[in-house]
Design a protein around this ligand. Structure first.
Ligand code: FCB
Length: 475
């Protein structure tokens, strides 16, 4: 089978242009990513206690078909063979997350040795197969007890996170060089506390904003402590999900709607992280809603502690209007209208529009507004309605097409000066896609949930061949 990129972008081939992917350097890092709750299962084993996701999955109507992560991909029991699949993909790095309630049941107190031991074994197995471990400390599985004590809107959770981080760091930092504190704090804060679509399912915009600050504070506290305790060279960072927010027209309401989306999606995180201040326009917008970020003296200094790498997760971009369908610019609560307007692009099974040039634009803009910070694409990928053949093989040309256009977008951003060092495909294998349950498949490896059989899809073969091609080209 021909899995070369050039067969898959007829427009580019017709134009005779070289494939931008071929400009990536041989030193580029290639990986696959997963997260603990989405793949591990074994939710009550070896001392693990419930996380907010175990609880949320039991709320009627919260998750598609009432599904949950009790078994998921059963990775907890199949870890060595899953690492073998990574080796066959020829990736050099694996990004995984650690389940807080496994390592520190209940979210306080000493480490649970049996829980930590799983990640010890995982790291050793990866290293034995020549794969670099990249640890994410928090990918959304907050211990339920900490939610009961107030969750991320409560300041204390930031300190609990830093304590937990050190339990993991002390155990693994002799073998793990790269550490991400948080995955996508926007999702934790907004989907979890403001919009109620993710655990813990709260719908309180002000609580979401308090969560933003305390997530960032937790990141800063953990970063400072890990830096101080590092036994050797170390790369610390955070992963943000970001998009390019485009104004639907040049009208003032549309321009402001795009500004607000960018402010709450990008700048409210990166301005404090990199510039030690919150964006003034967003602070003013919040004040107009009676909301103040719970900033205490010294917090911004902690939050802006130096980092070594920014993780960028990209899936789509969005277009915004400040005018509703009836032509109004204010909603019933007197707030400015913020409405998403489609670009009219093809969509993935998540209903996300496919906008690769928004990726290039985002990366170039990040390198301009937040300079001197290497970036790694810590997630990028797509869900489509896969149709396996009788052997479980999926010829997922749509997913390959998504990878081709988005890796190309990364390569173009590098050509324009963005310092991007690597790329992780989301995801190694199909897994529990949060509120969508097992319905949406992002894997480059298919998982048959009845048998737990894993079958590499065409996209996995394409990914392996692309990695080989770039490595061997020796740019
Ligand atoms: C990101 C999450 C990841 C996965 C992808 C599709 O927001 O970090 O866990 O669900 O989306």
């Amino acid at each position: 089978m021909d899995t070369t990129a050039s067969t898959l972008d007829p427009a580019r081939v017709a134009s005779g242009q070289p494939d931008p992917i071929d400009s990536l350097p041989a030193s580029f890092r290639w990986g696959v990513a997963t997260s603990s709750y989405q793949i591990e299962g074994a939710v009550a084993e070896d001392g693990r206690t419930p996380s907010i996701w175990d609880t949320f999955c039991r709320v009627p109507g919260a998750v598609h078909k009432g599904e949950h992560g009790d078994i998921a991909c059963d990775h907890y029991h199949r870890m060595p063979s899953d690492v073998g699949l990574m080796r066959d993909l020829e990736v050099d790095t694996y990004r995984f997350s650690v389940a807080w309630p496994r390592v520190q049941p209940g979210g306080r107190g000493p480490a649970n040795p049996a829980g930590l031991a799983f990640y010890d074994r995982l790291v050793d197995e990866l290293l034995a197969q020549g794969i670099d471990p990249w640890v994410t400390l928090y990918h959304w599985d907050l211990p339920q007890e900490l939610e009961d004590a107030g969750g991320w809107p409560a300041r204390d959770t930031a300190y609990r996170f830093a304590d937990y981080s050190m339990l993991v760091f002390d155990q693994l930092s002799d073998r793990v060089r790269t550490w991400t504190t948080l995955n996508e704090p926007w999702c934790s804060a907004m989907l979890g506390y403001a919009y109620g679509r993710h655990a813990p399912g709260k719908r309180d915009f002000g609580a979401g904003m308090h969560a933003v600050h305390h997530l960032l504070l937790g990141h800063g506290l953990a970063t400072q402590r890990m830096r101080a305790a590092a036994p050797g060279p170390i790369d610390l960072g955070i992963t943000l999900n970001m998009s390019t927010s485009v104004a639907a027209t040049e009208s003032e309401p549309d321009v402001h709607a795009a500004r607000r989306a960018d402010g709450l999606g990008v700048r409210i995180y990166l301005d404090p992280l990199r510039h030690g201040r919150y964006p003034q326009d967003i602070v003013a917008d919040l004040a107009a809603r009676g909301i103040e970020l719970p900033v205490q003296e010294g917090d911004l200094e902690i939050i802006s502690a130096p980092i070594d790498v920014l993780g960028v997760n990209y899936y789509f971009s969005t277009q915004h209007s400040g005018v509703d369908e009836q032509g109004r610019t204010e909603d019933a609560d007197g707030l400015p209208v913020s409405r998403e307007v489609p670009f009219g692009r093809p969509r993935t099974a998540m209903d996300w529009e496919i906008v690769p040039e928004g990726f290039t634009e985002l990366l170039v803009r990040l390198s301009r507004d937040y300079p001197d910070l290497p970036m790694v694409i810590t997630e990028n990928g797509s869900a489509f309605d896969d149709e396996p053949d009788a052997n479980g093989f999926v010829q997922d040309d749509d997913r390959i097409g998504y990878f081709v256009s988005h890796l190309g977008a990364v390569a173009l951003a590098r050509q324009q000066g963005a310092d991007i060092r690597g790329y992780f495909a989301w995801s190694l294998m199909d897994n529990f896609e949060w509120a969508y349950g097992y319905d949406k498949r992002f894997g480059i490896i298919r998982v048959d949930y009845d048998t737990q059989v894993r079958t590499p899809k065409a996209s996995a073969l394409w990914y392996r061949d692309t990695i080989r091609r770039i490595r061997n080209a020796g740019n």
